[in-house]
Design a protein around this ligand. Structure first.
Ligand code: OGA
Ligand code: MN
Length: 295
C-alpha cells in the first residue's frame, strides 16, 4: 500500500487528502487518514461525492460512529445524531425540527460535545445543499495556539478548570430565544474540564469555545476576560483554515485539537450538510498528575 499523499492548506492546520472515492470507501487508508487528521486538525477530500450510506461507511472505518436520535446519555447529556448516525445540519426547522434551534451556536467558535465526559473524537461533514452566499466553515488549531504561549502562562493555564454550559454556547448566537427555551438550555448538565488537555499522544491543547462559560473559582470578570483573550489568541489567522465548500467535498475535523465555526449565510438557501460523529476515545486529562478533578 502506498503512502497517502496530503497537501497542507495552512502552516498549522488543514490538509487536503489525495484519495479517490473507491480508496476512501475501501477503508484501506483509514489508519493513514486518522494519522493525518490528528496531525493536521482537519482533512479535506475534494470530489468525494458520498451519500449518507457511504458517509456511515467512511465514519465506521475511522472510528466508533455515534448512533441514536435525541437520546439522553447515561450522564444526562442529549445526543442527537439523526438517522442511524447521519444528522442533517440545517437551521431550517422543516429539515431538522428537533435541532434547528440549537444549531445557531455553530456560528460561534466551538468544539462539539463539550458537555460530555468524553467529547467526540471527530466529525465528518459533507454538503447536501450549499448556501448561496456565506457558509464557509473555519477551523482553528487549539494545539498550535497552546504550543505558542509563553511557558509560564502554559503552567498557569494548566492549573485551571472550565465549566462548559449550554446557555453560554447558544445565547450569543440568538436574539429571539424564549424564556422556555432558555429554561431548557439551563436544565442541561454542566461539565467541568481542565482548560489544558494533556492528550495520550503527548500533545497539549486548549479546551475553550463558546460553551466555556467560566473558570472554576475565578472572579467572573477576570474569568470572562481570560476566556475572551484565549479565544482571540487561538483564532488568529495564523491558526485558522477557512474552508470554501464545493459540491462533493468531505471534511473531517479532529474535535479534540481544533475548534470550528460556520460563517453567516443566506438562510433562504436552506443550507444543509450531513454529519457523522465519531465517539471520543479519551477523556480530557489535565496536565498535572496531582490535579484532582471534582465531579
Ligand atoms: C456542526 C458544525 C459547522 C457548519 O455541525 O457541529 O459546527 O459549517 N457545523 O455547519
Ligand atoms: Mn460543531
Amino acid at each position: 500500500m502506498s503512502e497517502l499523499r496530503h497537501i497542507p492548506l495552512t502552516r498549522h492546520i488543514g490538509s487536503q487528502l489525495e484519495i479517490g472515492r473507491d480508496a476512501l470507501l475501501s477503508g484501506e487508508y483509514a489508519a493513514d487518514i486518522r494519522r493525518v487528521l490528528v496531525e493536521r486538525g482537519v482533512v479535506v477530500i475534494r470530489g468525494a461525492h458520498i451519500d449518507d450510506q457511504q458517509l456511515r461507511t467512511v465514519a465506521r472505518s475511522l472510528g466508533d460512529l455515534r448512533l441514536g436520535l435525541s437520546k439522553r446519555g447515561a450522564d444526562g447529556a442529549t445526543l442527537n445524531e439523526g438517522d442511524e448516525g447521519v444528522l442533517k445540519v440545517s437551521l431550517d426547522p422543516e429539515i431538522n425540527p428537533q435541532y434547528a434551534r440549537f444549531l445557531p451556536g455553530n456560528h460561534l467558535w466551538h468544539m462539539d460535545g463539550p458537555y460530555e465526559e468524553i467529547p467526540p473524537f471527530a466529525t465528518l461533514f459533507t454538503p447536501y445543499r450549499m448556501a448561496n452566499t456565506g457558509g464557509d466553515t473555519m477551523f482553528a488549531s487549539t494545539y498550535a495556539a497552546f504550543e505558542d504561549l509563553p511557558e509560564d502562562e502554559k503552567d498557569f493555564l494548566s492549573t485551571l478548570r472550565v465549566v462548559h454550559t449550554m446557555p453560554a454556547a447558544l445565547f450569543a448566537s440568538m436574539r429571539d430565544v424564549t424564556p422556555a427555551e432558555f429554561a431548557v438550555w439551563h436544565s442541561y448538565p454542566q461539565r467541568i474540564h481542565p482548560l489544558v488537555w494533556h492528550h495520550k499522544s503527548g500533545h497539549k491543547s486548549l479546551v475553550i469555545g463558546a460553551a466555556a462559560a467560566w473558570i472554576d473559582g475565578m472572579h467572573p470578570a477576570e474569568s470572562h476576560d481570560l476566556l475572551e483573550r484565549l479565544t482571540r489568541h487561538a483564532t488568529q489567522d495564523k491558526y485558522v483554515y477557512r474552508h470554501k465548500w464545493k459540491a462533493g467535498d468531505l471534511a473531517i475535523w479532529d474535535n479534540t485539537g481544533a475548534m470550528h465555526r460556520v460563517l453567516a449565510f443566506d438562510l433562504a438557501s436552506k443550507r444543509e450538510y450531513h454529519r457523522a460523529t465519531l465517539n471520543g476515545e479519551e477523556p480530557i486529562t489535565a496536565v498535572t498528575k496531582d490535579f484532582a478533578l471534582q465531579p
